[in-house]
Write a protein that binds this ligand. Sequence first.
Ligand SMILES: [Zn+2]
Length: 94
Amino acid sequence: MLLIAIIIPLLIAGWVASDAKKRGYNQGAIVAWFLGVWLVLIVFLPLYFILRPRSMGQTRPTIGTYVCPYCGNLYKEKVPFCPYCGRRLEEDGG
Ligand SMILES: [Zn+2]
């Protein structure tokens, strides 16, 4: 079925084109990716995933290693008082 061999890459190329548009590629680049993926899918599809800009990343808020037991905010250094809620953090040592 030659038709399937054309249609499936075409659908994938269409997805790539819409994805490229979302990532801010210009019209020429979108068309180039569309044609590239459609015609040489095996080459351009992996290439697209490598080259495309990272989407709004899953940048985890790794602000600090300590967590305030009162307000739940993270802070970087061991401080006597929470910089967010101002509660005393040090355990009473006597
Ligand atoms: Zn706090």
